[in-house]
Design a protein around this ligand. Sequence first.
Ligand code: SER
Length: 594
Amino acid sequence: MIKDSNFLRKSFLEFFQKKGHRIVPSSSLIPDNDPSVLFTTAGMQQFKLYYLGSKDPFKDLHPLLNEPLNTLQTATCQKCLRTSDIESVGDESHLTFFEMLGNFSFGGYFKEAAINYAWEYLTQSLKIAPERMTVSVFKGAAEVPFDQESYQFWLKLGFPKEKIILGEKEDNFWGPTGKEGPCGPTTEIYVDGLEIWNLVFNQYYKTSEGILKPLKINGVDTGMGLERLALVTEFPQQSEKTIFETDLFKDLMQSLKEASSLPQEKLLRIIADHYRASIFLAAAGVVPSNTERGYILRRLMRRIIRFEKVIQLKEEWYLKGFEILQNKYRNFYPELDNQSEILNTFFQERDKFEKTLQNGIRAWEKLLRRIGEKKEIPGREAFYLYESYGFPLEILEEMAEEQGKVVNQEEFRQEFEKHQEISRIGQEKKFGGHGINTVANEQDKIKITKLHTATHLLLAALRTMLGPQIEQRGSDITPERLRLDFPFARKLTVSELQEIENLVNQMIQKNLKVEHYETTYEEALSQGVIGTFKDRYPEKVIVYEIKDSDTGQIVSAEICAGPHVTTTQELGHFKILKEEAVGQGVRRIKAILE
Ligand code: SER
């Protein structure tokens, strides 16, 4: 049996299935309902709310399954993207896009079973010789104690004491993803000196102020890089080998070499990594732009295009490279079938950048001549290149570094902000953005405020009709209409829609008061208040509450910054215009007030 990446994915998931785990598909690279991070960076993200206890694995629908998980333990092979290591891409083992094999438990088994499973999988299923392994456990820090238990469990397995490294917080304490969330000590497994598996024991919740509070549910969150696992299984004890020689990259690297007239190993690796990442990002629907996710994709693509010139890569390679990736991944990630759309995204960006690239490089060279021996590239000049030729700041920094120079970042930022200010004023004049602050017209402000309150009533009605698992997945309000996305497995019937509309109108007619109060985030959650962005809130939050004055029952309570109307009758008449699908298991309602 060849232990290639297909084998590894399969054997990992089967192993954990046999140990009573439910196999859950990889979630999208764009995290669902988690604005605390731009991308999915770890397998645990889709299970975050189970660790916190704010989602019930036996009651709440899991968005990818359209039913509850019905278990306390799961396993996945998850697509991930991290840009934190982008500078290291090109060495033996760092990547931006990667796949993470993981097993998870939220209130089921804990440290001992997790360590035993990992050991059994590596040494028995994969037959990795124990001599090749070392492990680390958390030695403790001021606010968190030494992870004595993990240490003992390794010893119990017969693991030699001298091969258990006591690690610092930087290496052996994980999380949270984003500013706050679950986190805890880790034990890491190394094979041939390379870290391959990270076992995290979520015991704490880190608040946005940086305080660690014990979690009620003990959680296990493990992550093993598929590419690294492939490296140590395909090339046992061959330290000169790199992940780019594993089956995951071999063909891509070979094709790159063949299509390049001036190949340089490091640049080939960077292009291979970035191209794979870009393809998966485009397949997830990301479009290059100058903000957030789009900016990351732009940076990856523009880096490819810049290096393409250096290694003199033939243009035909891009199609070939895509086909290689498709063959490698399409069985597991069917979104790569969408060839024309994905490649269009790439080529459009390439066209855009190429149009100015040559002139940009000329301007850059001129600038270099102008500043001569000086070490610093003025921020203003860098901003000019960014603005006029589309060089992302990080690319300019790299180009500067190649010349032994640095960009004055502070000055760049000042220029950037000045420019943002100018374009913001332009936007406000154009009018009609989403945010209420950018709306100049008083009339429209009132319309948006009303639709905002109507959105709360609609969500309440949906929960009454369809169940408490309904939550807001997205909302967009213009002066004309509201739009609300929520998870639900099927189309709503005409009579359901009618009933939802009626419920909202009843609440409007009852002229209920819309009140708000300040409380702590934790308190709000414990009262069952809805918070859409569960991990993003500050300690103190505002809750908008609508109570039924007849029954005293709370109709709607949501963490929200407002503004809202003061009584529901102000809304007039509520009408649903449309109900449609916006993705697997996600529905969208558009509605107006008349
Ligand atoms: N969340 C941990 C990591 O990303 C383990 O999955 O390393």
